[in-house]
Design a protein around this ligand. Structure first.
Ligand code: KG4
Ligand code: ZN
Length: 352
């Protein structure tokens, strides 16, 4: 008879508060209850996350969300085997809410506490109905508002950084480009929607750079494309009519998305080739981007025959506690527990 493990995950590293209960029975994985409260609409009017506001909302939401996730999972705190809290990287004022809540629960219930790295959570968000299914080694492209990294996953818990951004994260570039084009926050979905209007045409034949495409390493740079968007947009505004500008805006969003996607895809494929990856993983908030999913999926099937392409379900792309609980499970298995009295949030915790 296989042991059944229930883990309560907590996530509050940025502007999403989330609690989730997962169950692992043998290698069967089930998310019994997952709730996410996004603050995105609150921060939208400021054009980005305001840390003090985020912290206050995490405090308000975390306990009701834990209750709700337990209710959805049809279980009580006493049924939980361990608590997994995301303790970094992220905003310190946000992280501490989840971490302190986890510590308190662990002490009060006398249950093990697991500290989970947010990036590991994103990587393992691609685990669906079963645990331990990622064919190794894997190359993971983790793209979010705060991170753009290529990570070699040699084993569960064993990671190596093979590349990263030198400046802006990919999601940050989407957010900034959207701000320039007055498309609102968060910029990723807004750029994507605007780009769709171009219908794949790019009538104004707008060209954006593909930064570091030929750099021969696995690093990225996105601040240049963002600046290129700014200059191009200012230029277009001077020379086009209002109607033309509307079309050009969609073209610019389209070309920006193409440029960012091409660089991300190319470097991921080259990294997978170099490290003999059996799986390519796409994860993080930007993995919700349809163009990126399609292009990377196509490139893997055409250029890396036999290699699996894994990406999270839509509701698992952004920050969520289910991915934290899944990552927590692997630490639970090896009894990698944190001290519930002394664990501290680490805003700069590097996975590798
Ligand atoms: O992982 P996440 O929820 O939070 C961080 O850990 O940063 O990622 C949020 C980022 C934002 O920058 C947002 O604009 C981006 O993910 N994003 C997207 C899309 N949906 C969200 N970027 C491109 N296309 C999308 N569809
Ligand atoms: Zn994230």
């Amino acid at each position: 008879m296989n042991e059944t493990i229930k883990i309560l995950g907590l996530e509050s590293s940025c502007d999403e508060t989330s609690a989730a209960v997962i169950e692992v029975a043998g290698d069967d994985l089930k998310c019994l209850g997952s709730v996410i409260s996004s603050q995105v609409n609150v921060h939208a009017k400021y054009g980005g996350v305001v840390p003090e506001v985020a912290a206050r909302l995490h405090i308000e939401k975390i306990l009701p969300l834990i209750k709700e996730s337990l209710k959805n999972a049809n279980c009580e705190l006493k049924d939980i085997d361990a608590i997994a809290a995301c303790s970094g990287p992220g905003l310190i004022s946000s992280l501490i809410i989840g971490v302190e809540t986890g510590k308190t629960l662990a002490v009060a219930l006398n249950k093990p506490l697991i500290r989970v790295n947010h990036i590991e959570g994103h990587i393992l968000s691609v685990e669906k109905d079963k645990v331990g299914q990622i064919k190794l080694p894997a190359v993971a492209l983790v793209v979010s508002g705060g991170h753009t990294q290529l990570i070699l996953m040699k084993d569960y818990g064993e990671y190596e950084l093979i590349g990263g951004t030198r400046d802006d994260a990919a999601g940050e570039a989407f957010d900034k480009a959207a701000k320039i084009l007055d498309l609102g926050y968060p910029g990723g979905p807004a750029i994507s929607k605007e780009a769709m209007k171009a219908g794949g045409k790019n009538e104004f034949d707008i060209k954006m750079p593909r930064p570091m495409l030929e750099s021969g390493d696995f690093n990225f740079s996105f601040s240049g494309i963002k600046t290129a968007v700014l200059y191009k947009w200012n230029d277009l505004k001077k020379n086009l009519s209002e109607h033309q500008l509307e079309i050009a805006k969609a073209d610019l969003a389209f070309e920006f998305q193409q440029a960012a996607t091409e660089v991300l895809v190319e470097k991921s494929i080259q990294a997978a080739e170099k490290y003999g990856a059996k799986t390519v993983i796409l994860a993080g908030g930007v993995s919700a981007n349809k163009t990126l999913r399609e292009f990377l999926g196509k490139a893997v099937s055409e250029r890396l025959p036999g290699v699996e392409f894994r990406f999270p379900e839509m509701q698992m792309t952004g920050d969520n506690a289910a991915m934290i609980a899944v990552a927590g499970y692997y630490h639970y298995k090896i009894k990698d527990f944190a001290d519930p009295l002394n664990l501290t949030a680490d805003p700069n915790w590097e996975l590798v």
